[in-house]
Design a protein around this ligand. Structure first.
Ligand code: PMP
Length: 421
């Protein structure tokens, strides 16, 4: 069946024909590819066309699609039952591994998505501090909990307005939004509201509005202000966790958050999230404390098995290799005229602009050019995330053959791109 006819049917079932919005290709145009199967760095669509995947399910697949060790671990777990709704040994094994890699995590709880992890961490911070307000940064995405679907209101250090219909204004009123890389804005926000802030949450490697790499001094200042004001610092490491270093951005920048949200890689391709951090804060979580938090499938044994098999293969050598690899892939991207490719630890942001550190500095023209690039590369068998605001992901399966394929595709599209602009 063609992708087009599948998508036509999908439109009759799902809003926009998809189970999550950016999959709809609204930004780049065209028909979404229906994945039939995937292996390593490649997938095959329902028309039996093969593509080099640079989206990799948006991050979980740091070992590549269908890694044999992950599949074997899942198959073994499946034989023992799909879900128990009761404690099981695999939760302990994954918790041990997470604490080994991210030692600032003293206690944690498993959930089933990054959204849930963030939503729960915010509630814990509020319960612990007995404060209601939170601070986030423009351009950081933290999943779709109501408190996080908020953009800056007008004026400095004012509370936010909803970015989605259905989010009550009263919720948005509790979220303060500051620009990334805005030292003055950060100072002003804490000077005015520090004593009211339960939490400040940030993607320490912001990777949801492109890759807006921050100066370490900005993160350090945020850490200091949180400590000074008794505000819980939450690192959202749903993307950066176990990717930019074994201990994520916290290790990379040598900064411990009070709480952290994980997702993606810790599930190895299965639905897993986790939140955790300081034991004294986590003590407020039910049943130890008064902050309610629960989940029928939390700690699901099959998902734990996939996560553990993934994390166990992430040795220091793997991180070294991924970093070297992403440098070479970034160079390959930069062979496209006018394109820059900031990168960090297997995240690469192809953009027709350079030196961007905050969301409002991305030029719409740069995104339009990306949209052309997306289409041209897709025609050459390369699948980029279908939005210029998304980062490309590579994995250990992106080897020499894949790079060769990519470089050939880049050679072909470069001329076409120049002609279209
Ligand atoms: N936080 C960050 C930094 C993310 O990138 C995402 C998902 N892209 C989320 C939270 C939400 O995770 P999920 O989609 O698993 O709910």
């Amino acid at each position: 069946m063609s992708n087009e006819s599948l998508f036509q049917e999908a439109l009759s079932h799902f809003p926009g024909g998809v189970s999550s919005p950016v999959r709809a290709f609204k930004a780049v145009g065209g028909t979404p590819k229906f994945f039939a199967r995937a292996f390593g760095a490649w997938f095959v669509d329902e028309e039996e066309k093969q593509f080099l995947d640079l989206c990799m399910s948006w991050g979980p697949l740091i070992l590549g699609h269908a890694h044999p060790d992950v599949l074997a671990a899942v198959q073994e777990a499946v034989q023992e039952g799909l879900t128990f709704g009761a404690p099981s040994r695999r939760e302990l094994a994954l918790a041990r591994r997470i604490k080994l890699m991210a030692p600032f995590v003293e206690k944690l709880r498993f959930v089933s998505s990054g959204t849930e992890a963030v939503m729960s961490a915010l509630r814990v911070a509020r319960g612990f501090t007995k404060r209601d307000r939170v601070l986030k940064f423009a351009g950081c995405y933290h999943g779709h909990a109501d408190a996080m679907l908020v953009k800056a209101g007008s004026g400095l250090a004012t509370f936010g307005v909803p970015t989605s219909a259905g989010v009550p204004k009263a919720y948005a009123d509790l979220t303060l939004v500051v620009n990334l890389d805005d030292f003055d804005g950060l100072e002003a926000a804490f000077a005015k509201h520090g004593s009211e802030l339960a939490a400040a949450i940030i993607e320490p490697v912001p990777a949801n509005n492109g890759l807006l790499l921050q100066e370490p001094a900005f993160l350090q200042r945020l850490r200091d202000l949180c400590t000074q004001h008794g505000t819980v610092l939450i690192f959202d490491e749903v993307i950066s966790g176990f990717r930019v270093a074994p201990g994520g951005a916290a290790e990379l920048y040598n900064l411990a958050p009070d709480l952290v949200a994980f997702g993606k890689i810790i599930g190895g391709g299965m639905p897993v999230g986790a939140f955790g951090g300081r034991a004294d804060i986590m003590r407020v979580v039910s049943p130890d404390g008064p902050v309610y938090q629960a989940g029928t499938l939390s700690g699901n044994p099959v998902a734990m098995a996939a996560g553990l098999a993934t994390l166990e293969r992430l040795t220091p050598e793997v991180y070294k290799r991924l970093e070297q690899c992403s440098r070479r892939w970034a160079q390959a991207f930069e062979a496209i005229p006018g394109l820059r490719a900031p990168h960090l630890g297997s995240l690469i942001w192809p953009l027709f602009q350079s030196g961007v550190r905050r969301a409002d500095r991305v030029k719409p023209g740069a995104i339009t050019q990306f949209n052309h690039l997306h289409k041209l590369l897709l025609d050459e068998g390369v699948y980029l995330p279908p939005s210029g605001y998304e980062v490309a992901f590579i994995s250990i399966a992106h080897g020499e053959e894949e790079l060769w394929h990519f470089e050939r595709a880049v050679e072909k599209v470069s001329a076409g791109l120049a002609a279209m602009v």
